[in-house]
Design a protein around this ligand. Structure first.
Ligand SMILES: Nc1ncnc2c1ncn2[C@@H]1O[C@H](COP(=O)(O)OP(=O)(O)OP(=O)(O)O)[C@@H](O)[C@H]1O
Length: 441
């Protein structure tokens, strides 16, 4: 019978001083290792060295021998799914390793003890919201083939909802009893994520009596963990949260691992109304800007002189960290953000900048027409209605300048302001997102 971690009294500590729960002998691809489960997790330590210092294969069994043993002995083979990091690229990727127990014990004991350890503070039950038409339209198949099997292996129970129409996620977020689950996971793109989050944020504020239309209101916390499995087109949020990759299995394992990091959201307001709460946004308009900085000024105070600029036609914001090797990192975990306004450089230069930014090239930031406001917590845009500078908009016969100047493109979704100014605020660390914080400072 498989024992639990509680049955196994810790008897020693490892070299890092962490309490060891269980050790044993295993082989992987014929090489011998010591397997150690400690308070910090699982470690595989190579035990046999050849003259050159690399591991050798001390155990070789014919297939028939292994088969015969399997009939008479407890199951010895098990697989461990894990995430490995690449120090060079700073990317995280999932991997798995097959281990064979060689010390006479069975794999069941290992599986149950690793599971016991994994479960501490980890999600047991999740709401999964799938957008069947996001991205390539294969989110349901992706979930069935790659996500659900890993959740099942980890013993995670799921409540699955497939969206039936646009904005359905808003209704799910408004009505689903989130106290019955340990987290909400979306299988879709940034749009679905923003919709569900928006509904959950509004609901939490309503319950706490917070006036969401006040840009400077302190939002009530969202007491539910959020995760995202990439199945959209852009998948920017998933990339930022999951160690710079848009890989389905890595995202799924991050959710199973249960690590969460406090992650910021933005709210976008026009006077008296909260238009959206989103992860990032790209306003497309001509405007004056007033930037809000964090302390020493309280967030509601205006920025000092010199922080007001005008004539931006579009902007992009995120907290951007410059790493090694011409790399940029988008950091959703910071307590401030950087706003970049794109001047009138022409479509190609703007596109080149955005492409460089999305490809995370540090050199993209050198473009002369980019005006950066670093370490800010919010801003106000006053839209210059008489100075719409986008020729495409000006030549669009279905839309006059007034309509266009009040239109916001928020992650691909168009919203129209009823008055010509908006407020944008960062709510730093507002949600607990299943994620790895792989951003280099
Ligand atoms: N069943 C559905 N039918 C039609 N539209 C839907 C349905 N489910 C969700 N949507 C809409 O799909 C839109 C986009 O979804 P999602 O973000 O998942 O994918 P995407 O746009 O391809 O990816 P990304 O936002 O990362 O670029 C959302 O605005 C949502 O309202």
């Amino acid at each position: 019978m498989a024992s639990s971690a509680a049955d196994c009294a810790p008897s020693s500590t490892d070299t890092n001083g962490d309490v060891v729960i269980k050790t044993g002998e295993v082989t992987s691809k014929g090489r011998a290792h010591k397997l150690m489960l400690s308070e910090k997790g699982l470690r595989l330590i190579s035990t046999v060295q050849d003259k050159s210092g690399s591991s050798v294969a001390p155990v070789k069994k014919s297939k028939s021998t292994a088969g015969a043993e399997a009939e008479t002995q407890p199951n010895k083979i098990f697989a461990v799914h894990f995430i490995k990091s690449s120090p060079k690229s700073n990317k995280r990727r999932c991997a798995n390793i097959q281990l064979e127990v060689t010390d006479g014990s069975g794999s069941d004991v290992w599986i149950s003890q690793i599971e016991e350890k994994r479960k501490e503070g980890k999600p047991q039950k999740l709401l999964v919201v799938i957008n069947p038409i996001g991205g390539k339209g294969t989110a349901q198949q992706t979930y069935a083939k790659q996500v659900q099997p890993l959740f099942a292996l980890a013993g995670i129970e799921t409540v699955v909802k497939v969206t039936e129409r646009a904005k359905h996620a808003l209704d799910i977020g408004k009505t689903f009893d989130t106290s019955t689950v340990d987290g909400v996971v979306i299988v879709g793109g940034d749009g679905l994520y923003a919709e569900l989050l928006h509904a959950l944020v509004l609901r939490a504020q309503e319950a706490a009596g917070v006036d969401v239309n006040d840009p400077d209101a302190q939002l009530a916390p969202l007491n539910i963990r959020i995760g995202i499995v990439p199945a959209g087109t852009g998948n920017g949020v998933s990339q930022w949260l999951n160690g710079n990759v848009t890989d389905v299995e890595t995202a799924t394992l991050n959710i199973i691992r249960g690590e969460t990091n406090p992650t910021g959201i933005f709210s976008v307001h026009e006077p008296d109304t909260m238009l959206a709460s989103v992860f990032g946004k790209k306003p497309v308009l001509s405007a004056e800007i007033e930037v809000l900085r964090k302390s020493p000024q309280p967030p509601s105070e205006k920025a000092g002189e010199g922080d007001t600029a005008d004539a931006a036609v579009s902007g992009f914001l995120a907290k951007i960290t410059e790493g090694e090797n011409d790399r940029l990192y988008f950091n959703p975990f910071g307590d401030s953000f950087d706003l970049f306004l794109l001047g009138e450089a022409g479509g190609f230069s703007n596109l080149k900048f955005i492409f460089g930014l999305l490809s995370r090239k540090k050199s993209a930031m050198d473009a002369e027409f980019v005006e950066g406001y670093r370490n800010i917590v919010g801003y106000r845009l006053r839209i210059l209605e008489e100075e719409v500078k986008d020729e495409a908009a000006a030549s669009n016969s279905n839309m006059d300048h007034h309509d266009y100047s009040r239109m916001l493109d928020i992650d691909g979704e168009l919203l129209t302001c009823s008055v010509p100014h908006i407020d944008v605020r960062l709510h730093a660390g507002f949600i607990q997102a299943f994620s790895v914080n792989s951003v280099k400072d």
